[in-house]
Structures are given as C-alpha cells and as structure tokens.
Design a protein around this ligand. Structure first.
Ligand SMILES: N[C@@H](CCC(=O)N[C@@H](CS)C(=O)NCC(=O)O)C(=O)O
Length: 92
C-alpha cells in the first residue's frame, strides 16, 4: 500500500508489540506525539496475539502494524521506521 492510499480510520489499525522491545517503544513514542490511540496487541503477554501475527504476517517479529483495509484485505507492516512513517503520513 502506498502513502497515497485512502486515509485509514484508527479502528482499522492494530499494533502488535511487546513492552520491552526498543523498536516498539519508538512506535509508541510516535503515536504519543501524534495523539494517536490504537489497539495494542501485546505478543508477549497475550500468546494468542503472537499466534495471530505469525499466521497472518508470516513471522512473530514486533512491531507490526495490522491494517484492515476497507476492501477486506489485511496488510501486515513490519519495520518500525515504515510504521512510524505511515502513521505520520496519515495522522500527522
Ligand atoms: N528492524 C526491525 C527490528 C525488529 C526487531 O528486531 N524486533 C525484535 C524485538 S526487539 C523481535 O521481534 N525479535 C523476534 C523475532 O524477530 O521473531 C524494526 O525496526 O522494526
């Protein structure tokens, strides 16, 4: 999905993350700066979310932003820098 795609609603997004992952911290800081509240799915404390991430995205690496597009497609965006760029582009 490119940054020119339609503006997503926060309800379409979920952040798979782990509290002590430094890359996840960077994403959460960016969210705070944007005043953006997203559903947080912690893969360490909630193993079902880790299973969901691996099943959908292909690997358990966090952070991963899940984007449920209005056309029914689900996108799994790994890489903290890409996630931060996406959030700033759409919610900045
Ligand atoms: N380049 C990635 C690094 C992400 C990363 O290394 N995450 C670690 C946690 S700090 C992880 O999930 N490792 C376990 C795995 O890859 O399955 C980013 O910036 O998001």
């Amino acid at each position: 999905m490119s940054n020119n795609a339609p503006h997503p609603a926060p309800e379409q997004l979920a952040l798979y993350q782990s509290d002590y992952c430094p890359f996840c911290v960077q994403v959460r800081i960016a969210m705070q700066e944007l005043g953006l509240e997203l559903e947080i799915r912690d893969t360490t404390r909630q193993p079902e979310h880790r299973r969901e991430l691996i099943a959908g995205g292909g690997r358990g690496t966090v952070p991963c932003l899940r984007i449920d597009h209005t056309d029914g497609d689900t996108e799994w965006m790994y890489e903290s820098a890409d996630i931060i760029d996406y959030l700033r582009t759409h919610f900045g």
